[in-house]
Design a protein around this ligand. Sequence first.
Ligand code: HPA
Ligand code: ZN
Length: 339
Amino acid sequence: MADLSGFIAGLPKAELHVHIEGTFEPELMVALAARNKVSLPYADVDALRAAYSFGNLQDFLDLYYQGMNVLQQERDYYDLAMAYLRRAAGQNVLHAEIFFDPQGHTDRGIAFRTVIDGLWAAMKDAERAFGISTALILSFLRHLDEAAAERTLDEALPWRERFIGVGLDSSEKGHPPSKFQRVFARARSLGLKAVAHAGEEGPPAYVHEALDLLRVQRIDHGNRALEDAALVARLVREQMPLTVCPLSNLRLCVVDDMTRHPLRRMLQAGLVATVNSDDPAYFGGYVNENFTAVQRALGLSRDEIVTLAGNGFRAAFLDDAAKQRYLAALDSYVVAASA
Ligand code: HPA
Ligand code: ZN
C-alpha cells in the first residue's frame, strides 16, 4: 500500500474540531504550573503523559478539567493558543475553527475577559505570523444546566464579534441536546452558528435532537449516527458535515481498533466527513497524525484523502470566496503532487 504520509503532511487542510484546552501539552502544562505556582499531582512530564489512558469520555474529561486549572493569566491563554496555532500552521492547516470552554475557566474565578483576550491576541498574532485563518466557537458544558449556559452567553456578549458560533461538549450521556434548546435559539437569533457534539457516546436520538432542536450546522463526531439508517439518509440529504476525530475515537474507546473506524463507511454512504484532532495533546496526534493513522488502518486512497480535506474547507464557516480560494489551493497541490 502506498505511503501517503508525505502527501498528507503537505496537503492544505482545515481543522474544525479542536478544543484549545485539549492542546495543552504536558511540557507547557508543567511550565505554566511552575510559573503560576500551582502544584500538579504528577512528578514530571512523563508521569503526566503516562496518566493519559482512558476507558471512556469521562475518564478523559476528569484529566482535561484538572489540566485546565493550571491556566490562570491572560498570557497562559496566549501561550496555549500560540503553541497550537504554530503547530497547526506547521502541518499546513490553513484554517482553524477552535472550541473554547469558558465555564472551565470562569467557574474557577478566571474572568471571561482574561480567557478571550489571551486567545484572541494569539489568534491575531498567528494570522500575521503564519498566514493561518482562525475562528472561535464558544462551547457550553453540557453536564451543567441551561441557566449556566445562558449566563455564559450573557457574559460573552461584550465580545460577540470575537466568536462565530456556539457548541456543546463535555459528558454526553444523560445530557441530551434538548436540555439546551433555549440557549441555542437565543444564540442563533444573535447570528451565531450552531454546532454540537452528538453521537460520540450518546445514541442516534441525540443527533436527531441536535438537528431538530438545536438546528446545528455541523455535528461534532456523529459516529453513532451510523446505527440509524434513516438518520444517515437524512445527513446525506442535508449534506450535514460530521467533524470526525479518529485518534480521539480510538483513545476514548468509541472504536476498539482503528481498522474498524467507520470513516470509509461514512464516505461510501455519501456523508460529508472531515478529519480533526479534538484534543491532540491527550490523544497522541494533531491533524496530520489523525489523517495518517486512519489512512493506514483503512487503506484509504489518495482520492479519499483529498475528499476529506476538501470537505474540511466546504464545511467551514467561511464565505464562498474564501472556500473557493482554499479549494483552489488544494487542487493545485494535488495537481503538483501528481506531476
Ligand atoms: N467530547 C466531549 N467533550 C469534549 C471532548 C469530546 O471529545 N473534548 C473536549 N471536550
Ligand atoms: Zn470534541
